[in-house]
Write a new protein. Structure first.
Length: 506
């Protein structure tokens, strides 16, 4: 007579998860462990880890033919977090645990050979999946408890070893509840970014960054080398409002799925700066076992592309759809994965290969053909998705050490008006998380009232500049942000005029 056991776990599939039933069937025959159900190499290697962990935990490993099935079988599964549920399924089918002792709970964790548990990636996804399935508890390695505790409505129990969990399930030695403090949830940040007070002069560029931060607009900084474009770009995260609780969960979840963060919580907005040699998969996401790319790791933060013409054109063109949809879908033979990608794009570029085209202090050594070829590395459709284009000019060297006479901090003044603009947007869009940059054309037509004078200015300017329909609506979005910074209920001519100056490349 066979004994079939069932232990619940979860499989991260893109940004979401799917409940997995780990079934164990112990029958008479040669002692062998076989795993079926679309398992990858890491799961197949679990055979030796699980056997050693059970034996070294002073538990009995059944001398039977054991078949492990990961259901549903058509879903691809990868990762080492199936070790723990596989071990419990074997112990249950072998009679050392009762099915009733493992019901109404999910389990995940990687087993070491001595039976201790190592942390796994995707803890938030595992907890959310268990919660949606109506389970009361999820057992995870202790190092994963901090992240999983962000999910309300389910008990997250940290476990150190297989032996400890076994004694808890048998009600012999109960585990103590894991209590996570707000200080433990904080994840240390990589370092301080410069502020607007650190940037000398460049008032127009600072103004553009304030507009970008207030409305979450994409921005391109152009100008000769050494004018402070990179420094300006790095000030942007300091201008953005703090992450909301639901945003902390989303950003931490993505970093956990990518394997970059298994303990702690992301508390500051991400700033991702991939090198120009990064591949399309590294930037967009994917791979044999899909995982988030740089655009998803920059979700709710900033994606910084320094010297953007140096990136391969195919890589840049792959950004066009995520910039519009604010999410990315990665399709593979065995299925597809969806990840959010609501990021602000901040890019810099020189006007020509040598960098000094249009510089008043140094002559450009490039030919007209080289200049045109360099600037054409950015396609028209890609540039159409940039809301603000700012020319950053050189600051005279003899003024760099001058003290700026300011009655108040530029950074603090900027934060104050950005906060007001963000509150105006939250009230306008009923705190839905929407901002001016992701207004649809239908919402612009229905919700934003433009006076006849503003409409005439927009029509005349876009015709003369030969701008596309996408650029037309982007000007309105930027003008709406400028009006919010001005605490104006309506879009005025001055707001549109300022927005128009950021559409031209000189």
């Amino acid at each position: 007579m066979t004994t079939v056991a069932k232990v619940l776990s979860a499989a991260p599939l893109g940004f979401e998860g799917h409940l997995i039933e780990v079934e164990s069937d112990a029958t008479k025959g040669l002692p062998i462990l076989q795993i079926v159900g679309m398992a990858d190499k890491a799961i197949s290697e679990a055979k030796e880890r699980v056997k050693s962990a059970i034996v070294n935990s002073l538990l009995d490993y059944p001398t039977r033919r054991i078949t492990i099935n990961l259901a549903p079988a058509e879903l691809p599964k990868d990762g080492t977090h199936y070790d723990l549920p596989i071990a419990l399924a074997i112990l249950t089918s072998g009679g050392q645990l009762r099915q009733s002792e493992i019901n109404n709970a999910a389990f995940a964790g990687e087993l070491a050979l001595d039976g201790s548990l190592r942390p796994v990636k995707g803890a938030i996804t595992l907890a959310e999946t268990a919660k949606k399935a109506g389970l009361a508890t999820i057992y995870l390695p202790e190092a994963n408890v901090q992240q999983a505790s962000l999910v309300d409505g389910i008990i997250v129990q940290g476990v150190k070893s297989l032996k400890e969990l076994y004694l808890h399930l048998k009600r012999e030695v109960l585990l103590t509840p894991t209590i996570i403090t707000s200080q433990e949830l904080a994840h240390p940040q990589a370092g301080d970014h410069p502020t607007l007070d650190d940037v000398h002069s460049q008032e127009q560029a600072k103004r553009a960054l304030i507009i970008a931060a207030a409305g979450h607009h994409n921005i391109l900084l152009t100008g000769p080398p050494g004018t402070g474009k990179t420094m300006l770009a790095r000030t942007l995260t300091g201008l953005l409002p703090p992450l909301l609780p639901r945003e902390k969960i989303a950003t931490t979840k993505l970093h956990s799925l990518a394997g970059e963060l298994i303990d702690g919580v992301v508390t500051a907005r991400p700033f991702r700066s991939p090198h120009h040699t990064a591949s399309r998969i590294a930037l967009i996401g994917g791979g044999t076992h899909p995982k988030p790319g740089e655009i998803s790791l920059a979700h709710l933060g900033v994606l910084f592309l320094d010297e953007i013409p140096e990136y391969p054109r195919a890589v840049l063109e792959s950004l066009r759809q995520p910039l519009e949809d604010r999410r990315v879908s990665v399709s593979r033979v065995n299925g597809h994965a969806n990840y959010p990608a609501d990021f602000m794009l901040v890019a810099t570029m020189n006007p020509c290969p040598c960098g000094f085209y249009g510089d008043a202090t140094r002559e450009c050594s490039c030919t007209s053909t080289q200049i045109l070829s360099y600037q054409r590395r950015l396609s028209g459709p890609f540039l159409d998705r940039i809301d603000l284009v700012v020319n950053v000019s050189r600051v005279p060297n003899d003024t760099l050490l001058d003290h700026q006479s300011m009655h108040s901090s530029q950074q603090q003044d900027a934060l104050n008006i950005i906060k007001i603009a963000s509150e105006i947007q939250a009230n306008r869009y009923n705190s839905s998380g929407k901002n001016n940059s992701n207004l649809t054309s239908r919402e612009i037509k229905n919700d934003l009232v433009l006076s006849p004078d503003v409409r005439q200015l927009l029509g005349t300017a876009t015709d003369r500049l030969n701008l596309s329909a996408r650029s037309y609506f982007k000007i309105i979005r930027v003008a709406r942000t400028i009006a919010d910074l001005d605490n104006s209920p309506d879009i005025a001519i001055r707001h549109v005029s300022e927005a128009l100056q950021y559409r031209q490349r000189t």
